[in-house]
Design a protein around this ligand. Sequence first.
Ligand code: PGA
Length: 249
Amino acid sequence: MARRLIAGNWKMNGSRTSLSEFEKMVSLISTFPDHADCLVCPPATLISPFKQAAGGRISLGGQTCHCELNGAYTGDLSAEMLAEAGATYVIVGHSERRDEHGETDEIVAAQASAAVRARLIPIICVGESLAEREAGNALEVVARQLEGSIPGSFASDQSFAIAYEPIWAIGTGQVANPPQIEEIHTHMRRLLMKRFGTGSESIPLLYGGSMKPGNAVEILAVKDVDGGLIGGASLKADDFMAIYAAAVS
Ligand code: PGA
């Protein structure tokens, strides 16, 4: 079984003044057993100052990366730059990047490869839109994204995570229900098993989309859910650590 991972995606939120909230997380996590990994992905400008305050229990990650090492890519950051700032993970293929920045499965796979080149652990995001779900295509969409977004070069011993984030549940307060989550997660586990063999059991499958302290216990109890990718509720130390507590209890 995969070790659980509770990951916070701060998106474009936070500033230097958020350091105190992050420090509160660092202090709170020390009161819980170390039975799950914890990660915060703040805006890239905050990775370095947060790293200095992080202690040993909370890792830091980027929210995307460019697939090239360097070059004329105005505004972009390479995986190596994130690593140098203190990141050990990077989220790739978040639906907000796919939708607003035109990132295709092919680009996401290149970003995941770049992450590995920089020794970062990629968290590859997949998830269907409401229209795709209503048309009965959720399983097929997720399967296609998994197939196309995991680099062909990845072998069974590659360290990476998958986040299933139904687009209609992100930031909407409308969480997917346990049977919906289980259907997708067991499907993803089967597909990964087919591609990578039994080693795939250690790939954490995260759920993301309106996960909160009030629903974390129920979501984390779903078969083949190994953690969460949390947006809004990861900005507050009390909420984020309540979710962490649910993962280690
Ligand atoms: P949310 O975001 O928890 O605010 O719904 C999740 C995500 O987009 O990663």
